[in-house]
Ligand binder design. Structure first.
Ligand code: AHM
Ligand code: MG
Length: 349
């Protein structure tokens, strides 16, 4: 029987790609892998809570039962604290960034931004959810790391990844040298390399968007949806519509099969819904590293200026040709209000 390479073995092997690194990033990735296994265990028994009579109030250790997203947040923070390689954690679950002041972290060089349990409203109905993480070098030197260490452009990411808790559990990550996927083998409790050097097809036939908000979409997005639905044998249209409502699961499927995932600005979410720092940037880094594309409809996600920790952005992400087509529609039917054309509009009034 062929023995699969574990995540731990793979990380050590790849350390040679960073000749000046002393293994801190490898240890950080290992810590994230450990937390992912613990969260996976809880996600997997989510439905049992009621049966075991533990839900809502007190668990067997006498602790209050936590919502899974809070639980996941605590597990990742605790793993990163104990690992000693991270000086700040920024999380969707915490309003402010969390400095890590412990003795073993005093020389830590890395910042981790994460969404500990993305799509958590899907937990109750046994649909895939995910964890998203993004790793940066601390920029400041001396003293405590600050919010400016967190607010770096996506291009500055050192590594990014996601865990998908689906029909199997996978961890997919990049350190800027391609994308590799690992599937958790529950019998040995290890993530094993199952998807080496992942590449997203240039074209796809899946479009993924919450069409319930159609009336609230920009015209460019409406036109793109109509384009996807038109019959055209040459381009394999009509395309297939698939929307899970967990970004990790939707993007993961498209990464493997080809497709585009769009969460645009809407009338009720004028800046988009998804968060730039710990949702859009890491997914954009991964998809670009797999040969795909990610924009906000006009500009590359990774180049966007980051002003706030919980900043939102529209996102068009996936197969390059599909994102290009959607962008074309945006440019045509929802041109970006740049300073120049804004001034033009003012003059017209
Ligand atoms: P969350 O971080 O609160 O879980 O929200 C993010 C999720 C994404 O995973 C998903 O793509 C999107 O929200 C779904 O939103 P909607 O229900 O508006 O389509
Ligand atoms: Mg989220």
């Amino acid at each position: 029987m062929k023995i699969a390479k574990t995540l731990g073995q793979f990380i050590i092997e790849k350390q040679a790609d960073f000749p000046y690194a002393k293994g801190e990033l490898s240890r950080l990735l290992r810590d994230i892998g450990i937390a992912a296994k613990i969260v996976n265990r809880e996600v997997n028994k989510a439905g049992l809570a009621d049966i075991l009579g533990e839900a809502g109030t007190i668990n067997i250790q006498g602790e209050g039962q936590k919502k899974l997203d809070v639980y996941a947040n605590e597990q990742f923070i605790s793993a990163l604290k104990h690992g000693g390689e991270c000086c700040i954690v920024a999380s969707e679950e915490s309003d402010e960034y969390i400095p890590i002041d412990s003795e073993i972290s005093k020389d830590a060089k890395y910042i981790v931004a994460m969404d500990p349990l993305d799509g958590s409203s899907n937990i109750d109905v046994n649909v895939a959810v995910g964890t998203i993480f993004s790793i940066y070098h601390r920029k400041s030197t001396g003293g405590k790391a600050t919010i400016d260490d967190v607010l770096q452009r996506g291009t500055e990411q050192v590594a990014a990844g996601y865990v998908i808790y689906g029909s199997s559990t996978m961890l997919v990550y990049t350190t800027g040298k391609g994308v590799n996927g690992f599937t958790l083998d529950p019998s040995i409790g290890e993530f094993c390399l199952s998807h080496p050097d992942m590449k997203i097809p240039k074209d796809g036939v899946i479009y993924s968007i919450n069409e319930g908000y159609y009336a609230h979409f920009p015209d460019g997005v409406k036109k793109y949806i109509k384009y996807c639905q038109v019959e055209d044998a040459k381009t394999n249209r009509p395309y297939t519509s698939r929307y899970i409502g967990s970004m990790v699961a939707d993007v993961h499927r498209n990464l493997i099969k080809g497709g585009v995932f769009i969460y645009p600005v809407t009338a009720s979410a004028p800046n988009g819904k998804l968060r730039l720092v710990y949702e859009c940037n890491p997914m954009a880094f991964i998809v670009e590293q797999a040969g795909g594309k990610a924009t906000n409809g006009y500009d590359r996600i990774l180049d966007l200026e980051v002003k706030e920790l919980h900043q939102r952005s529209a996102i068009f992400i996936g197969s390059e040709n599909m994102v290009n087509k959607a962008e074309e529609m945006m440019a045509c039917f929802s041109p970006q209000l740049t300073k120049k054309n804004f001034e033009g509009l003012v003059e017209l009034q």
